[in-house]
Design a protein around this ligand. Structure first.
Ligand code: NAD
Length: 476
């Protein structure tokens, strides 16, 4: 049986913990019990990590594509071998179901293998010039990266944050969420065990604001990569501005789902209900605002309520559980506040709207309808197991609602009209659009948003390009 492991930071390949360092209690969200004590970095730890990252960049920028590919493929193989342990640890820290955690391992395996191929395609170009002259454009690794990963994909987020810089020839200091450190350490360990030089990737934990100010304030760091809320993302971009850092920002969303009368409604319901309650709705691309054409509104709402009320909630390690607890105590509090506000403003609550059990952070899958647009939940990312279903009169009004918010991460639409699909593809302001599907990601496809949802995609060739800078050399 998998035991929850001891916790530490990895600085210069060394496991660092203890001393007079402060600690953070890691809690199992299914029980509310403390399962580990995480050491938090002091300024001296961060300074050491920075010096090592500078050395790591000198080493890794000169690595060959073969070396990078070997490390990435080796780490992918090790993750596969360690899949069950990694997945169980992720469930203990974050609460999601075991099958979902196993999928996270597979996402990393796919991404690392994709990047292992991509490193051979980091081409430059030669420009047309008069005889005897030559101009070339090359793409060089940007430099040491400070990467901050949140808790909702405890394995997948660190995989993204580490994979792209390593493929590009950068070094990276990862600060994963203090709620889910062991998963992040497990992913990094696979890379180190696959032969990544110890200077190239390190893991620190700490008080987030202290760590980010320290790392982003250092002249050694050349890029910030952050996944998390828009509020924190804006704060970090301001810090990054002082050192003119490159940024990749994967921020919040408020996923609109347009359901048209010409769609296969049963398929839409089956697909969207399963997708919605994945990881208890704590997913940046989670469908949230259901924008339903009025002639199918009641059928869609009632079908959603009926399917939602059948979802089995429980400890993510138990067989047959479809939704685990929320990841931390802040999330059920946010649900109570947002759903309470919506009800007070006249929304109808059909199911859920309350906590489940006396231990841990469980919240019932919840469905609201006829929610006024001035309710907080129609404007703030809910990040939880709740949907809002509202009726609309026709395509124009539905697209206007989809585009109403400053977010633009993922959007979905259900329609059998090819002409309408084309119009939606053009008109919806989003980084990713799922037409009759919720499968909007893949190792080879850019994942990221527009507007307040951020910029600079992860995954795909774009993920590696975001860690490279162009250099033009002109020879007379
Ligand atoms: P939060 O905004 O305080 O934290 C989000 C993440 O950012 C956490 O991992 C946290 O450790 C990190 N963070 C916070 N302040 C930081 C700082 N100064 N420097 C570096 N990292 C920092 O909120 P939370 O309560 O953890 O999560 C709630 C909200 O965060 C959600 O409502 C959602 O909008 C957003 N979120 C988004 C994603 C995503 O995938 N885009 C993931 C997790 C959380």
């Amino acid at each position: 049986m998998t035991q929850y492991p001891a916790l530490y930071m990895i600085i210069d390949g060394e496991r660092v913990s203890g001393g007079s360092r402060r600690t953070h209690a890691v809690v199992n969200p299914a029980t509310g019990e403390t399962i580990g004590e995480l050491p938090l970095a002091e300024a001296a730890d961060l300074d050491r990590a920075l010096e090592v990252a500078a050395e790591g960049f000198r080493i890794w920028r000169n690595s060959t594509p073969q070396q990078r590919a070997a490390v990435l493929q080796g780490a992918a193989r090790l993750m596969l071998e360690r899949q069950e342990d990694l997945a169980r640890i992720a469930v203990m820290e974050e609460g999601k179901t075991l099958p979902e955690a196993r999928i996270e391992v597979m996402m990393n395996v796919g991404l690392f293998n994709f990047y292992a191929g991509e490193v051979f395609r980091l081409y430059g170009r030669t420009l047309v010039r008069p005889a005897g002259q030559r101009s070339t454009v090359t793409h060089e690794p940007v430099g040491p990266v400070a990467a901050f990963a949140p808790w909702n994909f405890p394995l997948g987020n660190p995989g993204r944050k580490l994979g792209a810089p390593i493929a590009a020839g950068c070094s990276v200091i990862l600060k994963a969420a203090e709620e889910t450190p062991a998963s992040a350490l497990g992913v990094l360990q696979c890379l180190l065990d696959a032969g990544l030089p110890k200077e190239v990737a390190q893991a620190v934990f700490g008080v987030p604001d202290e760590v980010s100010r320290h790392l982003l304030g250092s002249p050694i760091i050349r890029k910030l990569s952050f996944t998390g809320s828009t509020v924190v993302g804006k704060h970090l971009m301001r810090l990054a501005a002082d050192n003119m850092l490159r940024t990749t920002m994967e921020l919040g969303g408020h996923g609109p789902v347009m359901v048209f009368g010409d769609a296969d409604i049963d398929k839409a319901l089956d697909t969207m209900v399963a997708s919605k309650f994945r990881n208890a709705g704590q997913v940046c691309v989670s469908p949230t605002r259901f924008i339903v054409e009025e002639d199918v509104f009641e059928r869609f709402r009632d079908g959603f309520v009926e399917r939602t009320s059948r979802i089995k909630v429980g400890n993510g390690l138990e067989d047959g559980v479809q939704m685990g607890p929320m990841a931390n105590a802040r999330r059920p509090e946010a649900m109570d506040r947002l759903i309470g506000d919506a009800k007070a403003r006249g929304a109808r609550l059909h199911t859920g709207g309350e906590r489940v059990g006396n231990a841990g952070f469980f919240y019932a899958p919840s469905v609201l309808s006829e929610v006024p647009l001035d309710a907080a939940i129609m404007n703030e990312e809910p990040f939880g197991p709740v949907v809002m279903i509202n009726p609309y009169a026709g395509e124009e009004a539905m697209i206007a609602e989809a585009n109403r918010l400053p977010y633009g991460l993922a959007a979905y639409a259900w329609t059998d009209s090819a002409a309408r699909q084309k119009r939606l593809a053009r008109e919806v302001e989003t980084g990713m659009l799922g037409l009759n599907t919720t499968m909007i990601g893949g190792a080879d496809s850019p994942f990221g948003g527009v507007k307040w949802s951020g910029h600079g995609a992860e995954d795909g060739p774009e993920g590696v390009m975001a860690c490279l800078v162009a250099k033009a050399v002109h020879e007379g």
